[in-house]
Design a protein around this ligand. Structure first.
Ligand code: KG4
Ligand code: ZN
Length: 355
């Protein structure tokens, strides 16, 4: 079953064509340059950019699909290529309301016009399933074996989830305030390092060998539950930086961000380890923008090895951030389970949709 998937939940206009776990075509238009100067996503600008780009991104994705699909017999690339698609999938939530609406409206329009079934997907499921993605030739040939502990670490979410089978989730812990990526973004913003903060912090921390000079607090590590909280860390970082003389601050910037990153990652790794101990499940899948960080991957791999488990990350870097391929892959499993949208007119965005 070939699925055209759309995700407009935040600041990427993303469209993909997938078949099962295979990504046949994937196009992402990133709005980062639009939002950079605001230090975060500016909702009305995101909506406008999605509206302006969505048709072009769909067209580019279908063009690529036709070129990549060996079975295709369509020579000219235009709308008839949608006839070769079996279903449309779209992110229903969580995300920015006015951004989600653009994708949902477009998905409904295509489903009605081309008489295709519609599948609504939770963006967080997508981040988890990004670990199972394959290129168009079916690589990597990784075999899915439940149960898993799923770790979602993005700009909007930090969650640990027990996944007993396809589409069966139990949230074990989540952030009570800021998400891990959000915390990194705010720390970077405070130091004038731009947006998004995660990649800049990764680079600067690497330059000083990820040293933990300042030992900022590790929130929630003492608690028995699997919830996270990063706002206390953010506040203590804020006061510490505020007290530093300007010259000292500039001199210490790499050590500051390195110590901040260490505190965030230490909490993530230790909470994941607690989840392994509590559930007895030591096979981990990790999704979300923050898992692009190679140092975090190293820390997690080490911890999982110690616990005799396995760990899977999204196999291609573009799958760590927001994309529509992951939405299409989930949709394939939902189609198998006959989970189609029953009344297309009634489908609406769910900004706080949970797993
Ligand atoms: O998954 P994502 O693209 O969007 C959301 O659904 O939120 O995640 C974006 C987040 C941002 O906070 C960004 O700073 C962070 O992922 N991020 C990173 C890295 N690349 C992106 N954090 C740490 N290290 C990275 N290399
Ligand atoms: Zn996301």
């Amino acid at each position: 079953m070939k699925i055209l998937a759309i995700d407009t939940s935040a600041d990427e206009t993303a469209v993909a064509v997938v078949e099962g776990r295979r990504i046949i075509s994937n196009v992402i238009y990133s709005q980062i340059n639009i939002h950079k100067k605001w230090g975060g996503i500016y909702p009305t600008l995101a909506k406008k950019a999605h509206e302006e780009r969505i048709d072009g991104v769909i067209k580019a994705c279908l063009d690529k699909f036709i070129r990549n699909d060996k079975n295709s017999n369509v020579e000219t690339v235009h709308e008839p290529s949608l006839r070769q698609i079996d279903a449309i999938a779209v992110t229903q939530g969580p995300g920015l309301a006015i951004a989600l609406e653009v994708g949902i409206r477009k998905a409904k329009e295509l489903a009605i016009q081309y008489q295709k079934p519609l599948i609504a997907v939770n963006h967080l499921e997508g981040h988890l399933y990004s670990c199972f993605a394959q290129n168009q030739f079916g690589n990597p040939a990784y075999e899915i074996k439940f149960p898993y502990l799923g770790l979602i670490i993005s700009g909007g979410h930090t969650q640990i989830v027990l996944i007993k089978n396809h589409l069966k989730y139990q949230v074990l812990g989540e952030t009570l305030d800021d998400a891990a990526g959000e915390a990194l973004d705010k720390a970077a913003k405070l130091l004038g390092l731009g947006y998004p903060g995660g990649p800049v912090i990764e680079r600067l921390a690497q330059e000083v060998g990820q040293i933990d000079k300042y030992r900022f607090p590790r929130p929630m590590l003492q608690s028995n539950n699997l919830d996270f909280s990063f706002s206390g860390l953010k506040t203590s970082f804020y006061y510490f930086v505020r007290e530093l003389p300007e010259k000292e601050k500039i001199k210490s910037i790499k050590y500051l961000v390195s110590s901040f990153q260490e505190a965030v990652f230490d909490v993530i790794v230790k909470k994941t380890e607690s989840a392994i101990k509590q559930t007895g499940v030591s096979n981990i899948i990790v999704g979300g923008g923050v898992c692009a960080n190679l140092y975090l991957r190293k820390l997690l791999r080490k911890m999982v090895k110690k616990n005799k488990g396995t760990i899977v990350f999204p196999p291609f870097k573009y799958l760590t951030g927001d994309n529509a391929a992951m939405i299409g892959i989930v949709a394939g499993y939902k189609a198998k389970a006959n989970q189609f949208v029953k009344d297309i007119d009634k489908l609406d965005r769910m900004t706080r949709m949970s797993l």
